[in-house]
Structures are given as C-alpha cells and as structure tokens.
Design a protein around this ligand. Structure first.
Ligand code: CTP
Ligand code: MG
Length: 236
C-alpha cells in the first residue's frame, strides 16, 4: 500500500511577519512549502502529497512543486481554510476525491506534516511511517521537554506543575491509519492544531516515536534565522 501526506501550508504567518503567507517564504532560494514537500518525497517513505495553500497561491504552488511530480508520485495542490483544521480537512478531501486515487483505501498510511517544519530530516519521517506500518493507528514524533511547564488559570496563577519527565513536545509528520484519521476528522467539531488530539478524543491510542530537533516549527523571525543558519552553518 501507499503512503500519502497532507501538507497544511495555508496559514498567513502572522507571527513571522514576513508580509506573505509563511509557507511561501524562501530559505536560500527555496520556499518552505517546496522544501517540506521535497523532504517528504525524497525520504523515500512517502508516495503522494497534497499541498494545502491559500486560494491566491494555488498557481504558484503548482509551478513550484511541478518538478516533484512524476508517474509514481502524485503531487496535488488544493485550497486551505480559515483554520488549520479546515485546511487539513480540505487536503484529506482532495486526496480521497482525486481521479487517479479514487479511494483513501489505496493508502496504508496517511501523514499530516506542517510546511513550517520544512527541515525535518528523512529519518524522522521514516520513523513515523514505520511505526504506522508496524500497527500503531496514530503516531506522533516527540522530544523531551527541557523547561519546567506550569499549568495556569485565566488570571495567570499557577494551578499545577505536571511532572516534566512525563511530558513531550510534539512535532510533525504525524502518522495515521487512514480510517482512523478520516473518522477523527469526521467526528471533529471544533478547532485543533494537533491532529493526533482528534484521534485521542475518538478513543484510539496514540503512540510516540523520537522526533528530531531539526523538525522544529518555523514560527517567528528567530526561528527563520535559525533555519537559515542550519542550512548554511558557515554564514555569519
Ligand atoms: N495552516 C494552514 N491553514 C491555516 C492555518 C495554518 O494550512 N488556516 C498551516 C500553516 O501554513 C503551517 C501549519 O499549519 O504550515 C502550522 O501553523 P502555524 O505555524 O501556526 O502557521 P501560520 O498559521 O501560518 O502562522 P501564524 O499562526 O503565526 O499566523
Ligand atoms: Mg497559525
């Protein structure tokens, strides 16, 4: 069976503040979207990709991703929605509706991978796919949490201190058995930034695999500077 990835890339990038949608910001001449999709395909673990972009960026995405498409690899571009949840939902719909892949049943594994995590190494992608193929219905790549984390109330007063040893920071790609992800999105009424969180609510178990520091999400200008430095360590 095949592996498909939905790449939500339809956010506006308010926190980065680059003046254009974040996934279309370039890192050394290549957009974050193009890097994210190329990273999935060149990992060798992903067959098909759906990129979900703002409505006025569809043509640009089509042209930037065209070189990644071939007889074995479907690369589809579709339009996102107001919230990440809407964008992922649109991506899943495009995947299941596509004329060359009429049913999600042709896939063994579905991934959801943020364009904003475009430096994710191939091993991290492969670990997720391997875990789903091994029988886990939902898999998230995680890192230990380095800071102590406090839970606070609406006024900012501390109400609890979870044991740090039991906490993990969650990355993407997250991986799923297709029926489990599609059912979770069917059941989801509200908004989330965490796909696996929807699966938790349907009662299915979510497994973890080791993530990678390079799978960090580019959110702020500092993150953007870090990404440039990771790609070109000799630069000032
Ligand atoms: N995303 C999306 N559709 C949305 C919102 C977000 O596809 N309506 C995507 C983003 O493009 C990104 C990923 O979800 O790849 C994670 O979102 P985030 O890092 O928050 O990106 P933005 O929403 O673009 O940034 P910001 O919240 O700072 O505006
Ligand atoms: Mg956002």
């Amino acid at each position: 069976g095949r592996v498909a990835a939905v790449v939500p890339a339809a956010g506006s990038g308010v926190r980065l503040g680059a003046g254009l949608p974040k996934a279309f910001v370039e890192l050394h001449g290549r957009t974050m979207l193009e890097r994210a999709v190329a990273g999935l395909l060149t990992s060798g673990a992903v067959d098909d990709v759906v990129a979900v972009v703002p409505a006025d960026r569809v043509a640009q995405a089509e042209s930037e991703l065209a070189h990644l498409r071939d007889d074995d690899h479907l690369v589809v571009v579709t339009t996102g929605g107001a919230e990440r949840t809407d964008s992922v939902r649109n991506g899943l719909a495009a995947l299941t509706a596509h004329r060359r892949r009429p049913r999600a049943a042709v896939y063994d594994v579905l991934l959801v991978h943020d364009a904003a995590r475009c430096l994710t190494p191939p091993d991290a992608i492969r670990r997720v796919v391997t875990a789903v193929r091994g029988g886990a219905v939902a898999v998230v790549p995680v890192l230990p949490v380095v800071d102590t984390v406090k839970q606070v109330d609406a006024d900012g007063y501390v109400v609890g201190t979870p044991d740090r040893a039991a906490l993990r920071a969650v990355q993407t790609p997250q991986g799923f058995a297709p029926d489990v992800l599609l059912a979770a999105y069917d059941a989801a009424g509200d908004v989330t930034t965490d796909d696996a969180g929807l699966v938790e609510r349907t009662g299915d178990r979510v497994a973890t695999v080791p993530g990678d520091p390079l799978a960090f999400k580019i959110t702020t200008a500092d993150d953007h500077a870090r990404a440039l430095a990771e790609l070109d360590p000799g630069a000032p």
